[in-house]
Ligand binder design. Structure first.
Ligand code: ADP
Ligand code: MG
Length: 308
């Protein structure tokens, strides 16, 4: 088989973390006897000849691989970037994750809407669009500290802890009133104190949990992200957590997902679901062949659909 990996950006501009993960996947592709190729989004041009959606890659007609693994290493201009994935879908390219699943996962407000609709527990959250309602929102949510997050953020950046009404107001001033901040919604969320700086990262591929780790924030930090110094260890998760992780990936439409769960006094809750979970932390903590699982799904997808 020919299996491709799509990275967003140019060869020289992709982050070290994304390059590392895609190299692991490439090795897993080759180890299974397939051909591997990495594509960079900036080298594509879209064509509409005879009204048909098509693509050029490095100025030549794009001949799709048998399966394309989309590494959604997109941090901004998500709609713009996802138009490429959409174009490929319109051309009938076998790929995952899909553009709509990535769009849902990349926006924490949208994720939480989908979760709430499916009755999956999330921390108590409020989204304000006008500062006149800020005081009411603070009262509604209850006690400080609170968490404030940008709808589009990753690696812990865009997530802050607010100790008092005074600091909440000043940070919202810094971000800009949400209704005028076209780039981002602002989520105000209850702080799960009892988690003590820990959360779970559950890796789901094709509807199965293939690995899980607990992450612990470093001293003086509440965010457990490995990218900002959190430490990771393999962990057994409960059946309830397993079901939550699988269900949230399924309803978002993600074939590969990194589900962030937090253990609270009232049971596990979903923090967010990542469409492009990094492989370094989870591979290091669990010693499992995560990239291998991702590639095996490409093989299954090909087998399931090649006759059609
Ligand atoms: N409501 C919360 N209560 C306690 N800690 C939280 C809460 N929300 C996020 N965190 C911590 O901050 C980290 C980053 O938040 P997350 O929502 O996963 O955003 P990001 O996309 O930046 O990873 C989490 O891994 C968790 O450790
Ligand atoms: Mg996270």
């Amino acid at each position: 088989m020919k299996i491709g990996i799509l990275l967003f950006g140019t060869k020289t501009k992709v982050s070290k973390e994304s390059l590392y993960s895609s190299q692991l996947v490439k090795k897993a592709i080759l180890a299974r006897g397939h051909a591997a190729r990495i594509y960079y989004s900036n080298d594509f041009q879209y064509t509409f000849y005879n009204s048909r959606p098509g693509l050029l890659y490095r100025s030549k007609r794009f001949i799709p691989p048998d399966v394309l693994i989309v590494s959604a290493n997109i941090l901004s201009n998500i709609d713009l970037h996802l138009a490429l994935v959409k174009q490929m879908e319109l051309m009938g390219v076998r790929l995952y994750n899909s553009s709509v699943a990535i769009a849902r996962a990349k926006n924490k407000l949208r994720t939480i809407q989908v979760m709430a609709h499916a009755n999956i527990a999330v921390p108590k959250t409020l989204v304000v669009t006008d500062m006149n309602y800020l005081d009411a929102a603070i009262k509604e949510l209850g006690s400080f500290p609170m968490i404030i997050k940008l709808a589009q953020g990753s690696f812990g950046s865009g997530v802050s802890i607010i100790e008092s009404p005074r600091s909440l107001r000043s940070i919202l001033d810094l971000v800009g009133p949400p209704s005028e901040n076209q780039r981002n919604h602002v989520l105000i969320q209850e702080y799960v104190r009892e988690a003590k700086g820990k959360d779970l990262r559950v890796f789901v591929v094709d509807g199965k949990v293939i690995a899980a780790m607990q992450r612990k924030a470093r001293r003086g930090e509440f965010r457990a992200n490995v990218a900002i110094g959190g430490s990771a260890t393999a962990i057994e998760i409960t059946p309830e957590e397993t079901i939550m992780a699988i269900e949230s990936s399924r309803i978002l439409g993600l074939s590969v997902a990194g589900v962030d769960l937090i253990r609270t006094a009232t049971g596990p809750k979903i923090l967010e679901v990542n469409a492009n979970p990094g492989l370094r932390g989870i591979t290091g903590a669990t010693k499992l062949d995560i990239a291998g699982h991702i590639v095996e799904y490409a093989e299954r997808l090909f087998d399931m659909t090649k006759q059609i």
